[in-house]
Design a protein around this ligand. Structure first.
Ligand code: PLP
Length: 404
């Protein structure tokens, strides 16, 4: 028996590609200093790596604007707070959905309760999909932003962001997207879709460590800084520079975190080139990563289909979410009879060494709609790229054992 059968990749991916560990270690040892364009050699190397990572991420997310608009933050929560509070400064109306994570719900709730903002939370259908037309209908003259979770971290349903982006573009309303559960699995073309602010976290599908996240802010989108302070540039100015990324990046960034993201980006490209085989020659970062994502997505979806088929065949198990009724990621929520979700999670852990996540997954409205609050949420299985048949079988056997 393995020590851990890890199926909690929606919380954080584990393990990371080996190069992420080794690059973080060596970069932190050799160049783990505060960056600076005009500093000593080590500072210049740290700066070079950071600039390169902004460029790689811009390409990865289909952003053809200035890579300096790729801003590093602590995580997606940080990015979403900066985006939401920034766009709603002074009130107005915001549109989001009932599928959101608390990193979106709570800023909206606070704005509504404490700052007089109006919020529309668009409902979803039984499979977990938002009708883009409902977003269109919710837009008002004072709408400041539409904020959408690309892939649900409870149900795995993937929203039609291309259709929503078309609507927001036509209406001239900033479109903010939370890519926590889709980045590193699904292709996201920021320019083609018309995303104005793309937020990401480093430690999930992007295979970086915790403590690093970011946002890409399209030119022309006006966001006030959430924090002000040292930038290492324009220090004589009494105020935060307007120039990106310094406008939104104050203080020392996580060099090891960015080095991890950098290594992961190169790992995606390498994986993609392996998939492309003979035609890989000449493939740029975008093409190589696109090949990697389609390979990762296919593998993860095969995993989730194995789990879902087994669970649907098991009496007493309820499976939530889209099934085969639309686009999805490899996140699967289920419950066993009327057992509280945390009890099932604890049994899987203690008796079978299977690591899953029971609970509300920081998305309480999904559970209100699903009727799973009383059962303390759902048991969430999230196989990842590095999961294998053995992990899946252990989980299936564990659930069958619990069902009895
Ligand atoms: C959909 C979604 N949004 C936002 C977050 C917040 O990510 P982080 O905790 O890295 O800020 C998560 C993490 O679970 C998530 O799944």
């Amino acid at each position: 028996m393995k020590e851990h059968y890890y199926l909690d990749n929606a919380a954080t991916t584990w393990p990371k590609p080996e190069t992420v560990y080794t690059t973080m270690d060596s970069f932190f040892r050799e160049y783990g200093v505060n960056p600076g364009r005009a500093g000593h050699d080590m500072a210049v190397e740290a700066e070079r790596m950071i600039v390169e990572t902004r460029r790689l991420l811009a390409v990865f997310f289909g952003f053809t604007g200035d890579p300096q608009r790729v801003v590093f933050t602590q995580n997606a929560t940080d990015s979403l707070n900066i985006a939401i509070y920034g766009l709603a400064a002074g009130g107005g109306h915001l549109i989001s959905t009932r599928l959101e994570h608390n990193s979106v719900l709570r800023p909206l709730n606070h704005l509504e309760r404490d700052h007089g903002a109006a919020v529309t939370r668009v409902a979803r259908d039984a499979f977990g999909y938002i009708d883009p037309d409902d977003v269109r209908k919710a837009i008002r003259p004072d709408t400041r932003a539409v904020i959408i979770n690309h892939a649900s971290n409870v149900l795995g349903s993937v929203q039609d962001i291309a259709a929503i982006g078309k609507i927001t573009r036509e209406a001239g309303v900033p479109f903010v997207i939370d890519t926590c559960q889709s980045a590193g699995v699904l292709p996201i073309d920021m320019d083609a879709i018309g995303i104005d602010i793309l937020t990401f976290t480093g430690h999930k599908g992007l295979f970086g460590p915790m403590g690093i996240g970011g946002m890409i802010v399209r030119e022309g989108v006006d966001l006030p800084p959430a924090r002000v302070g040292g930038t290492g540039v324009d220090s004589i100015s009494p105020f935060q520079p307007d120039e990106y990324p310094y406008h939104l990046e104050a203080g020392t960034v996580s060099i090891p975190g960015i080095a991890g993201l950098n290594a992961a980006q190169k790992w995606f490209a390498e994986l993609g080139r392996e998939q492309l085989g003979d035609v890989a020659n000449g493939a740029d970062h975008a093409q190589a990563c696109a090949a990697a994502l389609s390979h990762i997505d296919a593998r993860e979806r095969a995993h989730v289909t194995t789990l879902e088929n087994a669970f649907r065949d098991t009496p007493g198990v309820t499976v939530y979410g889209p099934g085969n009724n639309g686009p999805r990621v490899a996140t699967l929520s289920m419950n066993v009879d009327a057992l509280p979700a945390d009890q099932v999670g604890a049994m899987l852990d203690a008796d079978h060494h299977v690591c899953v996540r029971p609970g509300l997954h920081c998305a309480p409205l999904v559970h209100e709609d699903e009727g799973t609050v009383a059962q303390k949420g759902t048991v969430r299985f999230a196989p990842g790229y590095f999961s294998n048949e053995e992990d899946l079988q252990q989980a299936i056997d564990g659930i069958r054992d619990i069902v009895g």
